[in-house]
Every structure is written in structure tokens, then in C-alpha cells.
Design a binder for this molecule. Structure first.
Ligand code: NAD
Length: 268
């Protein structure tokens, strides 16, 4: 078999939201390493976004950064328009930006909090997909990767609103894949388990302080938590031409967490 030594995203242009830290940053670095040109966005953490740009440039990559809240449709449109103006095309959109909510009882949960989670985690991806779709349809080519979670597959991995938003993303991935499949535009999602990032820092800090680090991810079949790069490589695969016959899927990247009923007392 002939091995192609070119980057796996050579000549591609990718827009990545939530690129200031965690999984979004790791995705930007991996994509740059594989030859993609990048449009990187985040809402508030501009210092973090500048740091990501530095890491991308260290990989020999090319990128621009833009302050963008995915919860504001006009800002998402401006990001897509700028990427098109800068690079003349968009091959890949990674809707990675997301926020979590405090775990609380149903009585404590406010409509405002549910709306905030949905505006970022769900509508953010909807706006991105909407504004890139026409361009990708015209080119009859494109790959969109959405950020779901194991929390969207089962309960027990976060607040009700967070879980519901990630379940919504899995279904939006399927419906958008149906809408765009006839135009050779693929839409997939990844469902990470516990990954060490800014979002999960409080969980990691608490466990370490309590001397319980070995508990982190211990209920996964691989008996450990994951790293941002391990999710980034799954995103890379789904975004690349290697996944040319895969659409409408939500891939768990969770150390086997969702593969098991994980009944107490059943593990050796
Ligand atoms: N860390 C985990 O264990 C885990 C597991 C499953 C899914 N996820 C998902 O992965 C994605 C990335 O999170 P992470 O874990 O890397 O955490 P993170 O907090 O390090 O990254 C989140 C990113 O989203 C950005 N962001 C937040 N609100 C935004 C907005 N309104 N507009 C634009 N950008 C915004 C943040 O600035 C940051 O860059 C999220 O969608 C999260 O739900 C994380």
C-alpha cells in the first residue's frame, strides 16, 4: 500500500470555534500539523486564543483569530464570511465551543440557565452549520464536526440542561446530515467522556486535593480519563477525507465508558 506522506488536511481550510483552550485548542494544533489553514474563534478568552495561535504557528501552520460568541448568529456569520474572504473556501467546520452548568436539583434550575446552555451548546452549532451550508452545498464538498458528549447519550455525566443540550446536538447532527448528504456535505459528532480541560478543571482540582486522582476516569473500560489530543484525533479523522463515507454519526471518545453498563461489583 502506498503511504501518502502529505498532511492529512493539506490544502484544506477549517473553522474551529472554542479554540482558546482544551479540545478546541488541541484540534487547532493537530489540524495545523496536518496542513490545514485555520480560522480560530472564541468569545471571551482572547489571551487563550492568542496562545493557540502561537502553538499553531509553532507547527508551521497558518491561522487568523476572531472574537466570536457562537450564541450570537451575526457574529458566527461574520466569522464564516471572514474565513471565506481570507481563504476563498471552507472545507471543514468544527463546532467545539461549549459550556457546562452546575449540577443542581430541578427546583433550583432556572429557564435563564437552560436558555444560556442551549444558546451556546445547541444554537452555536446550528448557526455555524447554517452559515457554512450554502458554500459547502455549492462546492458539493464539506465536513462538519459537532461537539456532543457522553452526557448526551446517558445521564450521570453533568447537569440536566448540559446533557439535554448534548443529546440535541447528536440529533441535530443526524438531521443536518440528512439535509446536506445529497450535496456531499458530511455532518458527524464526537461524544467525549471525561477529558482534562478548562471545563473539567474543578473536578480534577477537587479530586487531586482530596487525594483521589486515581478515581478520575476509573469507571471507564480503559480505567483512565482522556486528554484533549485524544479527542482532537477523532475530530481529525471525521473531518478528513478518510471518513468520506461516514455521516450522521456520533462517535464516543470515552475510554469505553458508554460500552458498558458498569454495574457495581462486576469489574475485576
Ligand atoms: N472536557 C470534557 O470532559 C468534555 C466532555 C465532553 C464534551 N466536552 C465538550 O467539549 C467542548 C470543549 O470543551 P473543553 O472541555 O475543551 O472545555 P474548555 O472550557 O477548555 O473549552 C471551551 C471553549 O469554548 C469557548 N466558549 C465558551 N462559550 C463560548 C461562546 N459563547 N462562544 C464562543 N466560544 C465559547 C471557551 O472560550 C473555550 O475556548 C465543549 O463543547 C464541551 O461541552 C468536554
Amino acid at each position: 500500500m502506498k503511504v501518502d506522506r502529505k498532511g492529512r488536511l493539506e490544502g484544506k481550510v477549517a473553522v474551529i470555534t472554542g479554540a482558546a483552550s482544551g479540545i478546541g485548542r488541541a484540534t487547532a494544533v493537530v489540524f495545523a500539523r496536518e496542513g490545514a489553514k485555520l480560522a480560530l474563534a472564541t468569545d471571551k478568552n482572547i489571551d487563550g486564543l492568542k496562545e493557540t495561535l502561537k502553538l499553531v504557528e509553532q507547527e508551521g501552520g497558518e491561522a487568523f483569530i476572531k472574537k466570536t460568541s457562537v450564541a450570537v448568529e451575526e457574529e458566527v456569520k461574520e466569522l464564516i464570511d471572514l474565513a471565506l474572504k481570507t481563504y476563498s473556501k471552507i472545507d471543514i467546520l468544527c463546532n467545539i465551543a461549549g459550556v457546562t452548568a452546575q449540577v443542581s436539583t430541578l427546583e433550583e434550575q432556572s429557564p435563564e440557565e437552560w436558555k444560556r446552555i442551549y444558546e451556546i451548546n445547541v444554537l452555536g452549532a446550528v448557526y455555524g452549520t447554517k452559515h457554512v451550508a450554502k458554500h459547502m452545498q455549492e462546492r458539493r464538498s464539506g465536513a462538519i464536526v459537532n461537539m456532543a458528549s457522553v452526557a448526551g447519550i446517558r445521564s450521570g455525566a453533568g447537569a440536566n440542561s448540559y446533557s439535554a443540550s448534548k443529546a440535541a446536538i447528536i440529533n441535530f447532527t443526524q438531521t443536518a446530515a440528512c439535509d446536506l448528504g445529497g450535496f456531499n456535505v458530511r455532518v458527524n459528532a464526537v461524544c467525549p467522556g471525561l477529558i482534562e480541560t478548562g471545563m473539567t478543571k474543578p473536578v480534577f482540582d477537587y479530586a487531586r486535593k482530596a487525594g483521589k486522582e486515581e478515581k478520575l476516569g476509573s469507571r471507564c473500560e480503559l480505567r483512565r480519563y482522556g486528554l484533549p489530543e485524544e479527542v482532537a484525533y477523532a475530530i481529525l479523522f471525521l473531518a478528513s477525507d478518510e471518513a468520506s463515507y461516514i455521516t450522521g454519526q456520533a462517535l464516543p471518545v470515552d475510554g469505553g465508558n458508554t460500552a458498558s453498563l458498569n454495574l457495581p461489583g462486576m469489574k475485576v
